[in-house]
Design a binder for this molecule. Structure first.
Ligand code: AMP
Length: 423
């Protein structure tokens, strides 16, 4: 086979025809489940202003410093969206969605872009589904987000995972905790990794997130934020935990879970799967009560999560879960001769109008080759037409799965196959 001259960019992946059914199946599950939870879909542009992403995710996060695809055209700075929380909040503020009343329960599905080093489960264009509930600070909103997230995996059939939970506190608790953490780390500062030394002043809590070997010993014994929450944040977290328990959603407390974004407050969570390799995070989220104001809106509490769709498919593969039925078509019209071909072209829309999926050969191949094609297409029936059949007004309808045949007129054929698409 000749080598393709043009290929996708590194870390950017085609979704080929054999794979698209499972994508549609997952999307369908997400839409159905979102409707049950009364979430409304939001679709925002692929590109946003670079400033929004910097502001919304945090200037010092890995995503902003290393991973955004950004470019300038004319006077505008564009960035391919690396996540959707900041864009959804932008949209909420720009279109005054608060005026619709109540809290806005939004969900999305779509591609995101990050210039990461590609590996299994890590792409440069990948897909997320997620939820943003904007306008409620109530623990119920946190728990509904988590319950929605879990419901998707449950419907898909992934049962083996670990929901990690933490509270990163509110600004007051964080300020107090940051000082305690810095006091603890300061005597050993020069033994920390270079990155952690940098973060010591700018964002010391991110040190807890460090994967660097030399940091681990210090992280292990570090004071935990759970011991430094103020009364409000502690009560909020307790309520989230209690509600999750009442829903029988299992979780483990992880005091080191701080997540990568600066705008998180209070609840933080991550869902990991032992069925994934080193990139084991299926989804993550949390509360971000500071973000709406940060990007120009009224102070408004909010909570959400984002889930990786490719990661979900990797877990499905490991667990032998197939989301989509094998492809099929109700009727393949196989023709012998030009008149029959013309009849077939006119008959396809008749079948389709009655809800029957139908196709024919586009290549003018022999009847034998057409029957092979019908098999390859996994057709349920082949409708075989030649001059004799046209004259008699009766056609051969072959059940491809049972290999038996009947002679029927077109109306009888439609009667027989019309129910198939609705099964
Ligand atoms: P984040 O927005 O970083 O919290 O990521 C949320 C989820 O998106 C993760 O738990 C992963 O499942 C998925 N994800 C993040 N980055 C990538 C990537 N580069 N490739 C594939 N999936 C990703």
């Amino acid at each position: 086979m000749a080598k393709a001259k043009y290929t996708t960019h590194l870390g950017m992946v085609d979704i080929l025809p054999d794979e698209s059914p499972k994508w549609r199946a997952l999307e369908q599950i997400i839409h159905e489940e979102a409707a049950r939870y009364n979430f409304e879909e939001i679709r925002t542009p692929i590109m946003e202003q670079t400033e929004l992403i910097k502001r919304g995710i945090g200037q010092l996060t890995d995503i902003v410093t290393k991973e955004i695809f950004a470019f300038t055209k004319g006077d505008s700075n564009y960035v391919l969206r690396p996540e959707l929380t900041a864009p959804v909040v932008r949209s909420y503020v720009q279109h005054h969605l608060a005026q619709r009343g109540g809290s806005q329960k939004l969900y999305y599905i779509g591609p995101m872009f990050r210039a990461e080093r590609p590996q299994k489960g890590r792409q440069r264009q990948f897909h997320q589904f997620g939820v943003e509930v904007i306008g409620s600070g109530d623990p119920v909103a946190d728990v509904e987000c988590i319950a929605f997230m879990m419901s998707i995996y449950k419907r898909v059939g992934i049962k083996n995972f670990n929901l990690k939970l933490n509270s990163v506190g509110d600004p007051e608790s964080r300020e107090q905790y940051k000082n305690v953490l810095k006091d603890y780390l300061r005597p050993n500062l020069n033994q920390l990794s270079e990155l952690s030394q940098k973060r010591f002043e700018t964002n010391p809590m991110r040190i807890l997130d460090s994967k660097e070997k030399e940091d681990q010993e210090f992280i292990k014994n570090a004071p935990v934020i759970g011991d430094h929450l103020n009364e409000d944040s502690a009560a909020h977290f307790k309520k989230v935990c209690d509600l999750l328990s009442s829903l029988e959603i299992e979780y483990t407390l992880d005091p080191l879970l701080v997540r990568g974004m600066d705008y998180y407050t209070r609840t933080a969570f991550e869902l990991t799967s032992p069925d994934l390799g080193s990139q084991d995070a299926l989804a993550g989220g949390g509360r971000y009560d500071l973000l709406v104001e940060e990007i120009g809106g009224q102070p408004t509490p909010a909570v959400g999560f984002a889930a990786g769709m490719e990661r979900l498919f990797i877990a499905c593969e490991e667990l032998d879960i197939s989301l989509a039925e094998p492809k099929t078509v109700d009727v393949f019209i196989a023709t012998l001769g030009d008149t029959a071909r013309d009849w077939a072209v006119k008959t396809l829309p008749v079948l389709r109008d009655r809800g029957v999926s139908a196709t024919m050969d586009y290549l003018g191949r022999s009847l034998k080759a057409q029957m092979k094609d019908a098999n390859r297409e996994n057709a349920r029936y082949a409708l075989i037409v030649g001059d004799n059949e046209l004259e008699a007004g009766k056609f051969t309808l072959r059940n491809m799965h049972e290999s038996d045949e009947e002679q029927l007129d077109l109306e009888q054929i439609i009667q027989k196959v019309a129910h198939l698409s609705n099964d």
